[in-house]
Design a protein around this ligand. Structure first.
Ligand code: TXA
Ligand code: MG
Length: 344
């Protein structure tokens, strides 16, 4: 067996023993545990500092038997599976009666997803002979930015990795998509139709193209999703979103005031040498490329001890919905921060 094979085999055994394994997916890295072992699932909540009534997504190998996990697969859900699995789409379905409460935070539904990342698939195929489910939230502390590299995971959980609470961190390079999976609730079709709980790389239009029906926006009765809390995906440094036309005068003012700030720009290339800027990332105006790099950029700029991370506002078109959703949550409640910084 080659080296990679034995690392995977060991990680699968660790999962079978009830231990935690972080692994790459095409969206972000996950912190995994055996979904049918409530103690193992509880260890994820403990490591993340996450409230235990928040459900986690169960990851399945392409060959896994979905009927083990859910009561039934409605025809519309099967259409989405055929179109987008393996890939960055999570479906909320009615949970099979024998599946432990722990994975669904006590709700009667379950989130399931079949990732396309080859390392994730190899791990899922090895674990319990390919018929197990790996419960995995994003591998970050509750409310933080999701990790898109193995190093992000190690930075996020240094003690848990050193103590062996996290038994392995599998390295599969930088996640392709860069933001978390699209989540569609298909558990209340008769009353609500398909409901988009979290936008992502697979857009509302993509779903409409398959179902012939646009998914509804999430309502109050929608199942709880922690990524739908207003403040989420946030670095420690305050994040402020700013319209492009306001950037030059603000940067000039901040420079005169000797404030240290960082910037994530999109269409604007900052050419002037503003002394306030201690870090700049230009992510361009392609939403797919932007999503790929946004979390790594937020983490990098968060290390620079600036007063604020400024983000150039993005187009409001459908292609940007997933990115805008994450950035609006990262910036939640910090709009007044800029006034404070400027003393106005
Ligand atoms: O891309 C992703 O989805 C990543 C990778 C690791 O797969 N996972 C991820 O997990 O983002 P997490 O736990 O950070 O976010 C999953 C979201 C949470 O907001 C959770 O509340 C929601 O999915 N969720 C999971 N099961 C659910 C259920 N039964 N009903 C409603 N929401 C559910
Ligand atoms: Mg998360």
């Amino acid at each position: 067996m080659n080296e990679q094979g034995s690392v995977l085999e060991q990680a699968a055994q660790q999962l079978e023993q009830g231990r935690l394994v972080a692994f790459p997916t095409e969206t972000v890295y996950g912190l995994g545990a055996d979904a049918e072992n409530p103690q193992a699932v509880a260890a994820i909540y403990a490591a993340k500092g996450r409230p235990s009534n928040h459900p986690v997504i169960v990851h399945l190998a392409p060959e896994a038997d979905l009927s083990h996990w859910v009561q039934d697969v409605p025809a519309a859900a099967q259409q989405l599976i055929d179109a987008f699995w393996p890939g960055p789409l999570t479906l909320i379905l009615k949970r099979a009666a024998h599946i432990p409460d722990a994975v669904s935070g006590g709700q009667d539904t379950i989130g399931v997803r079949c990732p396309s990342h080859p390392v994730a698939q190899a791990l899922l195929r090895q674990f319990k002979g390919g018929q197990g489910g790996v419960a995995a939230p994003s591998a970050n502390k509750f409310g933080h930015v999701s990790p898109t590299t193995a190093q992000h995971v190690r930075n996020e959980f240094p003690e848990e990795c050193a103590s062996g609470m996290i038994a392995s961190v599998l390295d599969g390079g930088q996640s392709d998509v860069g933001i978390e999976s699209t989540i569609v609730d298909m558990s209340r079709l008769e009353t609500h139709g398909p409901v988009l709980l979290r936008p992502g790389h697979i857009s509302a239009q993509d779903i409409q193209a398959v179902l012939g029906q646009a998914p509804q926006a999430a309502d109050q009765k929608a199942p709880r999703a922690s990524g739908t809390l207003e403040s989420h995906y946030a670095p420690a440094t305050p994040v402020v979103i700013l319209q492009s036309e306001l950037l030059p005068s603000l940067l000039e003012q901040l420079s005169l005031m000797h404030k240290k700030v960082t910037l994530i720009s999109a269409q604007t290339k900052v050419l002037a040498d503003y002394s306030c800027l201690v870090g700049v990332k230009n992510l361009g105006i392609d939403p797919v490329a932007y999503a790929h790099d946004i979390y790594a950029s937020l983490r990098e700029l968060d290390q620079l001890n600036s007063r604020v991370i400024l983000i150039e506002a993005l187009p409001k078109t459908a292609a940007w919905q997933g990115v805008n959703d994450r950035l609006n949550r990262a910036a939640f409640d910090s709009q007044g921060f800029l006034q404070g910084l400027l003393g106005t």
